[in-house]
Design a protein around this ligand. Structure first.
Ligand SMILES: Cc1cc2nc3c(=O)[nH]c(=O)nc-3n(C[C@H](O)[C@H](O)[C@H](O)COP(=O)(O)OP(=O)(O)OC[C@H]3O[C@@H](n4cnc5c(N)ncnc54)[C@H](O)[C@@H]3O)c2cc1C
Length: 552
């Protein structure tokens, strides 16, 4: 396999700086290098993989099936890589990321253990000046933020947390060495996706596990299982259609049947039979049994009731079951969880559920968590408290665009982008799976590949025409932001206090951040914009760019 390495020396200028070496940054490097651009990737971790490098907690695994939660850009890769389970575990996904880095020889253009701290656009040279934690300043014509939507772990602000005597772990920043909870009393705060994956595994190891729950979540059994060689071969045969469907037709980038009816079109028995079949099948496709679960509250209630019924059937203690049943938001409007024996775990004698909605955590003591006036003795504490999602990692970088304006200032009332790809006033700065694009509402691999390909094509287009800058026109951006809100408001999603809305971060503006129009429709919009010469984007040639700078 022949690969061109761009490999600019450290500290020198290059065509493109990419921030982040998760799946987005890795593929961005691969594509740009293929086009002959010089690229430098900065990654604050010591290796590739992003999410799968950081989230090493017990039970961590993907919830989109492995055969689909994988790159599609190389047919050889997808034909040759053997996923061992229906949903791969974190170590296996990290091995895959490392395999891709080696296979395509990506590491020479990556610099690890390096945080990008600030990026400033120089209007005279039309380039970005990128400053890193290693004291380097690199000039790059283009800047791509592949910083991840779920990469800024949120540590809750709880009194006394720093004075806790035992070990404190965050699921999103888990140690690299194995953590052994054997014989320990463990507390876990948070019952979102990560908490739901970790609880059964920690409960199997710890002497006692106390689960502190603020909001119960809807969770569907994963039905994880080993993949046989025959399973893989059968899937590989249909890969072209699977990938095409995921890109072009699916709303969420996942290959599944398209529902032909709404939930209220079936009678009670028929509906129950369909939900039961999906429940037995397991996984995220539960939500695509019907075509109106995200749109119609009465339809949604039927699915929510079904899941609440399953929780009541599974959990033996009725009071505990009631606490685990979500009632305050429609099913699917917070990220739906996929679990292995989560609800069953509450039947174990060594597990206690504490409702911190009605008995809030008051403080962490040196060897206990105090909630509702009661002390829960623990030896170790796990924070499964999620992320400052979608904007958190971007906000940590001091980004200055035209006129020295900071992106954080511009986004103070909520993120504003055109297509989730760029923000007006910040020329030549691209965001992969940024707010305003389908991103976290989809199989992220599909959305990552689509954005990377669009950006790579755009840079090629600009180079062919000697164009210097690209940025959204203010009007196009405003219209897109309005469209993103309009589409979201036509659904039930804004009814939940979810991280999609920024609701898990005190003080963060409540804006529905991802684009809910569906990956297929979104791709078509992006393609049309490009086909019309990047409609809605202002592009400048060298002389024009300098004029703009002079009058700015
Ligand atoms: C536990 C968990 C399970 C998930 N499961 C699924 C799933 O099943 N299906 C799915 O579609 N999605 C899933 N996701 C979402 C997942 O984040 C994406 O699928 C995907 O891995 C994102 O890749 P990325 O490269 O965009 O971002 P990331 O993987 O988050 O990588 C971003 C990288 O940028 C680096 N970075 C950030 N800021 C800086 C900086 N200033 N300087 C230097 N480096 C920086 C970070 O260290 C990180 O390594 C999951 C997320 C989590 C947390």
């Amino acid at each position: 396999m022949s690969v061109v390495q761009s490999n600019p020396a450290r500290g020198e200028s290059c065509d493109v700086v990419v921030v982040g070496a998760g799946f987005a940054g890795m593929y961005m490097l691969y594509r740009l290098r293929g086009l002959g651009f010089s690229v430098r990737v900065y990654e604050q971790g010591s290796g590739v993989g992003g999410t799968w490098y950081w989230n090493r907690y017990p039970g961590a695994r993907c919830d989109v099936e492995s055969m689909q939660y994988s790159y599609s850009f190389s047919d050889e890769l997808q034909q040759q890589w053997d996923w061992s389970e229906r949903y791969a575990s974190q170590p296996e996904i990290l091995r895959y990321a490392n395999h891709v880095a080696d296979r395509f020889d990506l590491r020479p253009d990556m610099q690890f253990d390096t945080t990008v701290q600030s990026c400033t656009f120089d209007e005279k040279t039309n380039s970005w000046s990128v400053a890193t934690s290693k004291g380097e300043i690199v000039a790059a014509k283009f800047l791509v933020l592949a910083t991840g939507c779920l990469s800024n772990a949120r540590k809750p602000d709880i009194r006394g947390l720093d004075g806790f005597k035992g070990a404190v772990y965050h699921t999103g920043n888990w140690p690299h060495e194995p953590v052994d909870f054997t014989g320990l009393r463990v507390g876990i705060i948070g019952t979102g996706s990560s908490g739901i994956q970790a609880v059964p595994v920690i409960a199997g190891q710890a002497r006692h596990l106390t689960v502190f729950q603020r909001t119960p979540n809807y969770s569907i059994p994963a039905r994880n299982a080993p993949l046989s060689a025959e399973d893989r071969a059968a899937f590989r045969k249909i890969y072209p259609e699977v990938r095409r469907f995921a890109r072009e037709e699916a709303k969420n980038g996942i290959y599944t049947e398209v529902p032909d009816r709404g939930a209220l079109d079936d009678g009670d028995n028929g509906r129950r039979a369909r939900y039961e079949a999906r429940w037995q099948h397991g996984g995220l496709t539960f939500m695509s049994v019907y075509n109106n679960l995200a749109l119609d509250k009465a339809a949604n209630d039927t699915a929510a009731d079904f899941v609440r019924g399953k929780i009541a059937e599974t959990v033996k203690d009725p009071a505990c079951a009631k606490l685990l049943q979500p009632t305050t938001y429609p099913i699917g409007t917070k990220r739906i969880c996929i679990d292995t024996d989560y609800f069953e775990t509450f039947n174990r004698p060594n597990v206690t559920l504490v409702d911190i909605r009605s008995n809030p955590i008051e403080e962490v003591l040196p060897s206990a968590v105090r909630a509702g006036g009661k002390d829960y003795e623990i030896d170790a504490l796990v924070l499964a408290t999620g992320f400052d999602a979608m904007t958190g990692s971007v906000a940590k970088i001091d980004i200055r665009g035209r006129g020295g304006r900071s992106l954080n200032q511009k986004w103070a009332e909520g993120p504003k982008t055109y297509l989730g790809l760029m923000s007006a006033g910040f020329p030549n700065l691209f965001i992969i799976t940024g707010p305003g694009s389908p991103s976290v509402l989809s199989n992220m691999m599909v959305s990552i590949e689509q954005h990377v390909d669009w950006i790579a094509d755009c840079l090629g287009f600009m180079r062919d025409r000697s164009l210097q800058t690209i940025e959204p026109e203010a009007d196009a951006e405003e219209k897109w932001v309005a469209h993103v809100n309009e589409v979201a408001n036509a659904t039930l999603y804004p009814q939940a206090n979810s991280w999609y809305m920024g609701a898990n971060i005190p003080g963060k503006p409540r804006i529905f951040m991802p684009y809910i129009g569906g990956v297929g429709a979104y791709r078509q919009i992006c393609n049309e914009v490009a086909a019309k010469g990047y409609e809605g984007f202002a592009m400048t040639a060298a002389a024009r760019a300098q004029e703009t700078a002079a009058t700015a």
